[in-house]
Ligand binder design. Structure first.
Ligand code: HEM
Length: 241
């Protein structure tokens, strides 16, 4: 009896670990099995032409996660009378929306209404960075797209270059990220030339940076995800359904 109870406990724990984020590896296995292949092909097409797009795509994912969680809200275009976070100052220099658009339309052809824009952004950031020989990290799927937009949230929630370390610690801490996450994730915040140099040096010297970066990305991509019946699966990257 005790053994049976222990087994039940163990199974329950495994179940909780597998579902603790509400997202899972293989989420689209039945509904859109080629999602990762299609996304990789499209991303590769763009990154092979313009490798410098990898950095802004990673930044886009970070800006998405820090405002209402990783819900794809950064992707929404402003409409008449409704300004979205995409047009707020910290987001005005974001680039790479065409990559998300291309993947979204390829996936809508393959399996309409199934794959969320927030999942597409999380996967694209990961694949683009790994395509330029950067770190990689697992991305379980099943995020849904946000429908709540509050003007000026990006300006309020995203860190600015004028924030001191204490403010940055508070901003990251409020989202469940610690000082190590802050340091590691911000390490790519240099100009492109230095970034390439830093990445190659880290690679050559077997630093634990790639591992640390991947671990912090795993924490970041979990922030405030919408699952189940929350939010929606957007038909178009730029507009709510
Ligand atoms: C710690 C607080 C942070 C601040 C204050 C900050 C601020 C900035 C600023 C001002 C830029 C230049 C934008 C421009 O070209 O106009 C930038 C670029 C960038 N940021 Fe951050 N950032 C922070 C954290 C992060 C994190 C956590 C990530 C990734 C997970 C990240 C990824 C990047 C990347 C990849 C670029 C280069 C983008 C490009 O080349 O277009 N940043 N950041």
């Amino acid at each position: 009896m005790a053994t049976l109870k222990f087994l039940c406990f163990l199974i329950l724990q495994l179940f909780l670990v597998a579902n603790c984020e509400g997202v899972e590896v293989g989420f689209y296995n039945e509904t859109c099995p080629n999602v990762e292949i299609i996304l990789k092909e499209t991303t590769k097409h763009y990154i092979s032409i313009a490798p410098t797009l990898a950095a802004p795509l990673l930044r886009m994912h970070f800006h998405d996660c820090f405002v209402r969680g990783c819900d794809g809200s950064v992707l929404l275009n402003s409409t008449k009378g409704n300004k979205t976070e995409k047009d707020e100052i910290p987001n005005q220099s974001l680039r790479g929306f065409q990559v998300i658009d291309a993947t979204k339309s390829a996936l809508e052809k393959e399996c309409p209404g199934i794959v969320s824009c927030s999942d597409i952004l999380a996967l694209t950031a990961r694949d683009a960075v790994s395509m330029i020989n950067g770190p990689t990290w697992p991305v379980p799927l099943g995020r849904r797209d946000g429908i709540v937009l509050i003007l000026l949230e990006a300006s309020k929630n995203l860190p600015t270059p004028f924030d001191n370390f204490t403010t940055l610690k508070t901003t990251f801490g409020a989202l469940g990220l610690n000082v190590k996450d802050l340091v590691v994730l911000s390490a790519l915040l240099t100009n492109t030339q230095t970034k390439d140099y830093v990445l190659s040096q880290l690679y050559l010297h077997g630093s634990t940076f790639f591992k640390d970066f991947g671990e912090s990305m795993v924490k970041m991509r979990q922030i405030g995800v919408l699952t189940g019946k929350a939010g929606e699966i957007r038909k178009h990257r730029a507009f709510r359904n």
